[in-house]
Design a protein around this ligand. Sequence first.
Ligand code: SAM
Length: 217
Amino acid sequence: MPDKADLESAKRRMLDRHLSGRGIRSPSVLAAMAKVPRQRFLPEALLDEAYADRALPIECEQTISQPYIVGLMTQALKLTGEESVLEIGTGSGYQTAVLAELAGQVVTIERHAPLSAGAGQLFAELGYENVTLIVGDGTLGHADRAPYDRIIVTATAERYPAALYEQLRTGGILVMPIGRQDKQVLQTVRKTSSGPTTTNLSGCRFVPLIGEQGWPE
Ligand code: SAM
C-alpha cells in the first residue's frame, strides 16, 4: 500500500511526464490537477495506480479517465474561474473535481445513481460546494440551468447531441469524444453566431454515451 510520500511523488511524475511533458501547459490546469487527490476517486485496491497515466475501472463497469485526457479536455475548455459548466458522465467525480477547481459552477449528470452518490459523498468530504449532481440521461442536457459557457462529455457518441449544442451559450465551447468504439477523436466545438466550428484534438478511447441522443442501452 503506497504511503502519502509515495502518492505525492507519483503525482509529481504524472504532472511532469504525462501532463507538462505531453503538451498540457496551462498553469491553472496543472495546479488544479496537482491539488485534486486522484487516489480518493479510486477503489482502494487500485491505490498503487492512482497516478498512472491510464483509465482505471470503477463501479458500474465504468472508468475513471486517463489523467492526460483529463488535462487535455480541461485545457481545451479555457476556463477562467467564472464559467458555468455542464459535464455529462460524472463517473468517479475526478474530472468534475478538476472542473470545480477552475470554474464558477459545475452541473454534472450521470446515468448510474451509485456513481453519482459516491461522487457526491467525496465532494462533501473534499469541500466542493460549487457542484450540482444530477442522475439522468445527460444526452438531453439540463435545460433548467442553460445556457452553459462550457460543456464537457466524457463518453463517446457518433455526433454531439443536438440538445447539448442548443444549451451552449454562443461563444461557448463543447469538448467531447466523437466516433465509434474502435475509432474515436476528441473534438472541440465552438458555437459561433454563424454555426459550429470544430477542431480535432487527439485520438482517444472512451466508454459509450448511452441515451436518447447517444447509443441505445
Ligand atoms: N470523467 C469521469 C471520471 O473522471 O471518473 C469518467 C467518466 S466515464 C469515462 C463515462 C461516464 O459517462 C460513465 O460513468 C457513464 O455511466 C456515463 N454516461 C454514459 N452515458 C451517459 C448519459 N447519457 N448520461 C449521463 N452519464 C452517462
